[in-house]
Each structure stands twice: as structure tokens, then as C-alpha cells.
Design a binder for this molecule. Structure first.
Ligand SMILES: Cc1cc2nc3c(=O)[nH]c(=O)nc-3n(C[C@H](O)[C@H](O)[C@H](O)COP(=O)(O)OP(=O)(O)OC[C@H]3O[C@@H](n4cnc5c(N)ncnc54)[C@H](O)[C@@H]3O)c2cc1C
Length: 352
């Protein structure tokens, strides 16, 4: 007779969504098992890991910036202790101005109350001119930085393996069985299964109705003789990757290209923007691609399947997985533990 294992939750996927949620549930003393089929190009490993509260062409404060950014600071600092690995790098971000008009506009904007929290300084003159083209000065933002997603994900994985709650295999949902109060999967009984499987949800028989869309992104890896003490961002960003003088440059946004490969167009777009930004010489040492799991309203998607209450989704982190995951994983964990609600804007029910 085979021995059954009983856990509180099965998590499908160990990208950013699954990893952050796993830590939130372990913190609440829940028993979990995480399944992950490693795919080279999962979004979480391709990501530069950048977080920045002032984004978009119009450079506005991102949605729920105050809540998201205080949650992420706390979460990743604590996570480093739990996984015993350095992965969280707060760092200022500098955005050169392109004109005097833009400079004037930011002189005014910097006095706005919401922005005050995020602006370190507005420079009216070239300040980092040995690194970048900033003839009109630029904007130095605080509360920015990057998560080394490779270190974070491998740290979480090692922790889960050490606690005997990780399975490095594909989760085949056709083998799921259930009764009223629990689900069963290959000798494991659980209260709920949480789908944190990124674009894998598009193939799910339970969640393929959700409007999850793949947004392709390409990045370059460059090597320079320079070491930058801040992230530069204008058209593209340059984010350190851990090795001296090596930076990730990204990213493209392509809704039409569904090919799983790097492209010459992606490379030339990034090179053109990079040459407009930095002054130092560099060698291109790599190029990569990935697909972001996005939703039409650019909000994450959380909650239970309408017909199967013990099948739950945590997905749609889109272009901002690093900053969205901690706040919403905490909300998700509270809800799973019966301690709170999922806020309306991100509930899965908006799509059913
Ligand atoms: C080029 C690029 C640059 C980016 N840069 C940034 C950035 O700078 N900052 C930022 O915040 N975000 C960035 N993002 C977005 C970020 O990567 C995503 O928001 C985030 O990684 C999504 O995480 P996820 O866990 O939902 O999905 P994924 O990372 O795709 O993880 C899903 C996991 O589920 C697993 N899986 C799927 N189906 C199954 C199954 N049936 N059984 C077992 N395992 C399964 C997959 O193998 C995978 O490991 C970028 C994305 C791209 C593509």
C-alpha cells in the first residue's frame, strides 16, 4: 500500500510568483510542495530584475507604488536571511533629460507630494557625463534597484529541496483528482493547488479561458571597462548582473513576435537605444529572450477557479514581477489562510 503525503498547498511553478508565494506560506507555517519543470526561457530568469516606482513614457508613479515598494523592501531583505543568499540590490536610477523643456517639467514635478518620496535629486546640468549623454541634466530616483533573480530563485529552490518539498518535474493536471475538501495528485493530498505557472496557464484545462497574453522581450548582455554606481535608464536600462563591468540591457516589448528565439531586429533596436544613452565602449557578450505573462488590464490575477474552489491562480505579473510579487503574494497567503480578502482589482472573477 502506498503512503500518502498530506500538505496544505501544492504550488505549480517556481518562477517569481511561485517562489515568493512559497516563502510567504512557509513563513505562515504551512506545509507545501512545489512542482517546477525548468524551462530555459522562463520569464523570471530572463528578467533584469529591475524595480522602479516611476515608470512609463510619461514617468508617473506606478499603480500602488507606496504599498508595493514598502512590501518589496521588507520581503526581499527578509528573504535574503531565509535563503542565506545575497540577491537584493537597492540602487539609485538616473534618467537623463532629452531637452530643456523636460528639465523644466521635472523641476516642477519634483515638488509634487507623491513624487517627493521617489526623487533623490533633479540635476539641471550634465552630472554623469563620463558614462552617459546627459547634456540637459537628469533625474536621480530613489527606491529603485534590482533583484538578482537567478540568485533568488536558486536560493529558494535550495531551501525547498532542503526541506524536502520540491519536485523538479512537470505537473500533469490531467492526473488531479478531488473530493469536496481536498485535491489529490500522485499520492499527495492537499487543500488547494495554486497555479503559479506563468504562461503555462495558457495550456491549463482549468485556466486557459483567462486572457493571459505573452509579451516577448529581448535583452543584451554587454561588457564594459566601466563600473556604474547607479542604474541608467532612457529607452533602455543597464542593470548589473554580478560580474564586474557586465550589464543586462533591456528590454524590447513585442506583442506580435511569438518565436522562441532572439532576433536581429531585437538586437538592433537595443543597440540603437543603448548608443543614444551611454558614452563608454562595450562588447556584446550575449542576447536573450523571454515572454512576460500579461493581462489586458495590466493587473495580476489572483483567486479560485469559479467551478473548482480548490484550484487557485496567482499569475499575470506582466512587466513588473519583482515589484508586484511580494505585496500580492502576501495578500494571497492571507486569503489562503482565511485571514483576509483579495482586492477587487486583481480578482480572477473579473474575467469570468
Ligand atoms: C525580457 C524580460 C525582461 C524582464 N525584466 C523585468 C524587470 O526588469 N523587472 C521586473 O519586475 N520584471 C521583469 N520581467 C517580467 C518578469 O520576468 C515576470 O513578471 C515574472 O518573471 C513572471 O513570473 P512567473 O513566476 O509568473 O512566471 P515564470 O517566470 O514564467 O515562471 C513560471 C514557472 O512555472 C513553471 N511551469 C509552468 N507550467 C508547469 C507545469 N505544468 N509543471 C511544473 N512547472 C510548470 C515554468 O517552468 C516556470 O518555471 C521581464 C520579463 C522579460 C521576458
Amino acid at each position: 500500500m502506498s503512503v500518502e503525503t498530506k500538505v496544505d498547498f501544492i504550488i505549480v511553478g517556481q518562477g517569481l510568483a511561485g517562489s515568493v508565494l512559497a516563502l510567504e506560506l512557509v513563513k505562515r507555517k504551512k506545509n507545501i510542495i512545489v512542482f517546477d519543470e525548468p524551462e530555459k526561457n522562463r520569464a523570471s530568469l530572463i528578467a533584469a530584475g529591475l524595480f522602479n516606482p516611476v515608470t512609463g513614457k510619461l514617468m508617473t508613479r506606478t499603480w500602488k507604488a507606496a504599498e508595493l515598494f514598502s512590501a518589496l523592501r521588507f520581503f526581499y531583505s527578509e528573504a535574503e536571511q531565509v535563503i542565506k543568499k545575497k540577491c537584493f540590490y537597492p540602487m539609485p536610477l538616473y534618467r537623463p533629460f532629452l531637452s530643456v523643456e523636460e528639465q523644466n517639467e521635472w523641476m516642477g514635478k519634483s515638488a509634487e507630494s507623491g513624487m517627493l518620496d521617489h526623487i533623490e535629486k533633479v540635476f539641471p546640468h550634465s552630472t554623469y557625463g563620463s558614462d552617459v549623454n546627459d547634456y540637459f541634466g537628469g533625474l536621480l530616483l530613489k527606491n529603485c534597484g534590482y533583484l538578482d533573480t537567478t540568485a533568488f530563485l536558486s536560493g529558494v529552490r535550495q531551501m525547498l529541496i532542503g526541506s524536502n518539498c520540491f519536485k523538479d518535474v512537470y505537473f500533469d493536471e490531467t492526473k488531479v483528482g478531488w473530493s469536496d475538501h481536498e485535491v489529490r495528485y500522485e499520492g499527495i493530498r492537499a487543500d488547494k493547488i495554486i497555479y503559479a505557472n506563468g504562461l503555462g496557464a495558457q495550456q491549463s484545462i482549468f485556466f486557459n479561458q483567462l486572457p493571459l497574453r505573452a509579451l516577448k522581450g529581448e535583452t543584451l548582455l554587454i561588457k564594459t571597462a566601466s563600473t556604474f554606481e547607479r542604474i541608467y535608464n532612457r529607452g533602455v536600462y543597464l542593470v548589473p548582473v554580478g560580474e564586474k563591468g557586465v550589464y543586462k540591457v533591456g528590454a524590447t516589448y513585442n506583442t506580435k513576435d511569438k518565436t522562441g528565439a532572439t532576433t536581429a531586429e531585437g538586437k538592433s533596436e537595443l543597440v540603437e537605444k543603448l548608443n543614444g544613452l551611454i558614452k563608454v565602449s562595450y562588447d556584446i557578450v550575449g542576447q536573450d529572450w523571454g515572454f512576460r505573462p500579461t493581462t489586458p488590464d495590466r493587473r495580476p490575477v489572483l483567486g479560485a477557479h469559479p467551478d473548482h474552489p480548490n484550484l487557485v491562480i496567482f499569475n499575470g505579473l506582466g512587466t513588473k514581477g519583482v515589484s508586484l510579487a511580494p505585496y500580492f503574494a502576501s495578500q494571497m497567503a492571507q486569503w489562503l489562510c482565511g485571514e483576509g480578502e483579495i482586492e477587487k482589482a486583481v480578482r480572477v472573477s473579473r474575467f469570468y
